[in-house]
Design a protein. Structure first.
Ligand SMILES: Nc1ncnc2c1ncn2[C@@H]1O[C@H](COP(=O)(O)OP(=O)(O)OP(=O)(O)O)[C@@H](O)[C@H]1O
Ligand SMILES: [Mg+2]
Lengths: 282, 273, 295
């Protein structure tokens, strides 16, 4: 039975072997971890039309959670709710509770919250008038850090973390837009981790990238979850299987299923999930 | 401004608007000649400018290719940016003599039986002012007409072509669809013409009289303020001028609000489609 | 379905009418070309005539010398040029911050009733005759100060600059992709710092061209200066005194009966035209790059 399912979603056989043992280790490790993000009956509506409703989801510290689902099901809406991005949009309404690090989101100041919860977007969006270096340290600089030495250190550190250092170390002063798309996206990740968040939200971070850049970012996500809690939206089932520990399946604004990634892709509880991951719709 | 013109209102009341006597020496002030001059010169300017502007907009949007479009639309932009004092200056020294020696005698010999074209051709006067104004508002009307035309979906135009329409027929359909937007553009141009000061002051002849002939000198609200304000003698005179300004302000404000609302609603409607 | 299509086609394609329709077509298109030529013609004529009449008096003296009395040839408009510089600079001090802030407010904090109101007011303000702005400045500054002054003139020019600057700031900020704002906010940067350091910085090129445009326009304004800055035949940089300006001087010279003065006025007109031309050219080039990047 398990064999069959795997074939249907056509995971390459090599990947299979790599992932499964690793996952077991992680699962064993993370049992006792605390919850970092919890939502209770989270609903968001635009112009009175609900986009997501009653989402209950808990994510443990330093794990990667994939969010999948057909287009328009509310994945981005969910993610953006987690760092208050909806207050930019007039006529949007967020109800329910979000708990970050044991504190309700309403206890945080929006700006402080966003320092804790970083976000990487679908399309790479480096600041166009800034150099590579300035981009990485922009968050710190705009928040008043003027210590040159410290900024240099942070920049190097973060670029190394994002696996970009070797490629750009000689051209830090060049404009960020001169980088390739994949490099820009890693730059955006470096920029995000520079403000040392605890949680990183990624909304389809590889959908605008070629396969090689995609692979680099996936490796990066896999490494980053040692330090950060990651929520990543993806349309790519293999990607979800490769990088995440847990997977949440959204459908029409509802959370249909949320379980360990391996289980989700081998033995989903819900019929809907099965149909989606086997490509019957979506 | 309302406060500063209180003297004039107390002295003349509504008669201010309807009296055609303006005599600073006798302290008699009636604004009718200025209102007349303003309205006639602006409306005439609009009548002259509108067909040309629509033609230019169609030419730039639909006929000419890209290599020519950029420099041409740049030139039209420049036309809008030239200070009005220069238009006026050019009007005195080039346009007015040309009107006196060529255009006005020609009009008189062909259409002289009409009351509009009677009288001595001085060169300066209502008609000359209207022509200068027309030149000045053409770029404004053109720019907005172009925007309005651009807002019409290409699909509509292609549909017309697909049905075998000629180019002009397709354009005509687009223009008809855009008529409320073009109306907005015209009203905006009218507002600009009404408020234009320096160029008109220099060519209209500055005489507070009402006459049927377009060759006769006249006066506009803006130019009487420009000419007399700094040297106005006596409170009543200043106050009367401010009241003229107030009328001018109210008129342009209403006209502009109306034009903006027309243009807003037109672009919103087409965007909504 | 087919029937309706035929119905429509028949309207356009009646063979009998075809020839007439083609003639109408080419006539109307031809008239559009004529319209384009008619509208451009005055520009060339003005340009040509101003250059011809002004070039002989446009020399170093024009910029450095004071006006000569009637009858003496030569001299310049140094006082007018300096006056215009002072008036426009002071005007910018008022007009630029107000205009840019209004533009920011309208785009970055849009949606509210108040920001729609601000947008409407700047749009309508841009159509208020400049002479009315002059009267307004007269009432607000000249009457209380009991005399014409540089300050009053600058104030009038500053107000005139606001709508242009607001407009272009608005347009340029709209071109800044929303994702940049979100990226900055997601870094934990506050809203106003994001506006200032990301949005404004990204749009700075376009906004600066808008400011240039407004400055060029203000430099050529005459009507609002007539009874605010008034004019001055002498050298003055006192902010509480009337001050000369290039356009007002051109006006006074142009309507004078003296040949020498006319020539001087043409030279001044040429300076203004060149200023307008150069600034517009710069704006064109800069904004073209902007749009090229965006598409
Ligand atoms: N700013 C907004 N205003 C109005 N409706 C919105 C807005 N943003 C999202 N929605 C609506 O909310 C619903 C969910 O959108 P969302 O962007 O979260 O989908 P998604 O799952 O991220 O889709 P995709 O995979 O295409 O990115 C959609 O129906 C969308 O139309
Ligand atoms: Mg999405």
């Amino acid at each position: 039975m398990e064999e069959e399912k795997l074939n249907i979603i056509s995971l390459p056989v090599e990947d299979d072997k790599e992932i499964i043992p690793e996952m077991e280790v992680i699962e064993a490790e993370q049992g006792g971890r605390e919850f970092e993000v919890e939502t209770k009956n989270l609903s968001v509506s635009f112009n009175g039309r609900p986009a997501i409703s009653d989402i209950n989801l808990s994510v443990r510290k330093q794990t990667a959670t994939a969010i999948i689902g057909p287009s328009g099901c509310g994945k981005s809406t969910f993610l953006r709710a987690l760092n208050f991005m909806h207050d930019m949009i007039p006529k949007s309404k967020v109800t329910g509770e979000i708990i970050i690090n044991k504190h309700s989101i309403s206890e945080y100041d929006t700006v402080d919250l966003r320092k804790k919860v970083g976000m990487v977007f679908q399309k790479p969006n480096p600041f166009p008038k800034m150099s590579i270096f300035e981009n990485v340290v922009s968050g710190l600089k705009m928040n008043g850090n003027k210590d040159k030495k410290n900024l240099n250190e942070v920049a190097e550190n973060c670029l190394k973390h994002a696996g970009l250092w070797e490629e750009v170390k000689d051209r830090l002063k060049e404009p960020a837009v001169s980088l390739s798309g994949g490099q820009q996206q890693r730059l955006c990740i470096a920029r995000t981790i520079a403000v040392s968040p605890e949680i990183i939200l990624m909304d389809e971070p590889t959908s605008a990238l070629d396969p090689i850049s995609t692979q680099k970012i996936e490796e990066l996500i896999f490494n980053l979850k040692k330090e950060f809690t990651i929520l990543v939206v993806t349309h790519n089932m293999q990607q979800a299987a490769r990088v995440s520990d847990h997977t949440a399946f959204f459908y029409m604004g509802k959370l249909v299923e949320y379980s360990r990634t391996r289980r989700m892709f081998t033995n989903p509880k819900e019929k809907l999930t099965e149909e989606y991951i086997t490509g019957k719709f979506g | 401004m309302f406060q500063d013109s209180i003297d004039a209102r107390e002295a003349f009341g509504w008669k201010f608007i309807f009296s055609n006597e303006w005599d600073p020496v006798k302290e008699k002030f009636g604004a009718l000649p200025f209102i007349f001059g303003t309205v006639v010169s602006s409306v005439l300017a609009l009548l002259l400018a509108l067909p040309v502007s629509i033609g230019v907009a169609v030419f730039l949007n639909e006929i000419v290719n890209k290599t020519l479009r950029t420099p041409l639309s740049f030139l039209i932009e420049i036309l809008a940016a030239i200070p009005s004092i220069i238009y006026g200056f050019w009007g005195i020294f080039v346009l007015a003599p040309f009107m006196r020696s060529t255009v006005q005698p020609f009009l008189q010999s062909t259409l002289g039986f009409l009351p509009f074209f009677k009288g001595t051709p001085y060169g300066t006067g209502l008609l000359t002012a209207a022509i200068i104004l027309a030149i000045m508002i053409t770029p404004i009307i053109t720019a907005i007409t172009r925007d309005v035309l651009k807002a019409i979906p290409t699909a509509q135009r292609e549909a017309a072509y697909a049905l075998g329409a000629t180019k002009w027929e397709a354009i005509k359909m687009a223009l008809l669809n855009a008529r409320s937007g073009i109306l907005g553009a015209s009203v905006l141009g009218l507002g600009r013409a009404i408020g234009e000061t320096m160029a008109v002051t220099m060519v209209i002849g500055n005489r507070a009289e009402i006459s049927a002939s377009l060759f006769e000198p006249a006066y506009t609200m803006a130019s009487v303020i420009a000419n007399e304000f700094a040297e106005a003698s006596g409170n009543l005179h200043v106050s009367a001028l401010i009241e003229v300004g107030l009328i001018l302000f109210a008129v342009t404000f209403i006209i502009n609000s109306f034009a903006r609302l027309l243009i807003y609603s037109f672009t919103r409607k087409t965007e909504g489609k | 379905m087919e029937e309706t299509v035929q119905q429509y086609t028949s309207v356009f394609a009646k063979p009998k009418n075809l020839r007439r329709r083609k003639i109408v077509n080419s006539t109307m298109l031809f008239l559009c070309v004529v319209a384009a030529i008619i509208s451009i013609l005055p520009l060339f004529y003005i340009f040509f005539y101003t250059t011809k009449s002004g070039i002989s008096s446009l020399n170093w003296d024009f910029f450095t010398q004071m006006p000569k009395p009637v009858g003496e040839a030569g001299g310049g408009m140094a006082n007018g040029i300096i006056g215009t510089l002072i008036l426009v600079s002071l005007g910018s001090v008022i007009g630029i911050p107000v205009g840019v802030m209004a533009g920011i407010y309208v785009t970055e904090y849009s949606g509210g009733l108040f920001s729609n109101l601000v947008k409407f007011v700047t749009d309508v303000l841009s159509g208020v005759p400049s002479i009315i702005i002059g009267i307004f400045a007269y009432g607000v500054i000249v009457i209380p100060m009991q005399g014409f002054s540089t300050i009053a003139g600058s104030f009038a020019l500053g107000i005139l600059m606001v709508p242009t600057i607001t407009r272009i700031t608005e347009e340029m900020l709209k071109l800044v992709p929303q994702s940049l704002r979100e990226a900055s906010l997601a870094l934990g940067v506050s809203r106003w710092k994001t506006t200032l350091q990301i949005v404004l910085r990204t749009a700075s090129g376009g906004i600066i061209t808008g400011i240039l445009l407004a400055i060029a326009r203000a430099a050529g304004e005459t009507a609002p200066l007539l009874f605010t800055a008034f004019g001055n035949r002498f050298w003055s940089t006192d902010l509480n005194q009337p001050i000369a300006s290039l356009p007002v001087q051109i006006f006074n010279y142009a309507i004078s009966p003296f040949e020498d003065w006319h020539n001087q006025a043409w030279a001044g007109a040429l300076v203004l035209i060149l200023l307008v031309f150069v600034v517009n050219l710069i704006v064109r080039i800069v904004t073209r790059d902007k749009f090229a990047n965006k598409v």
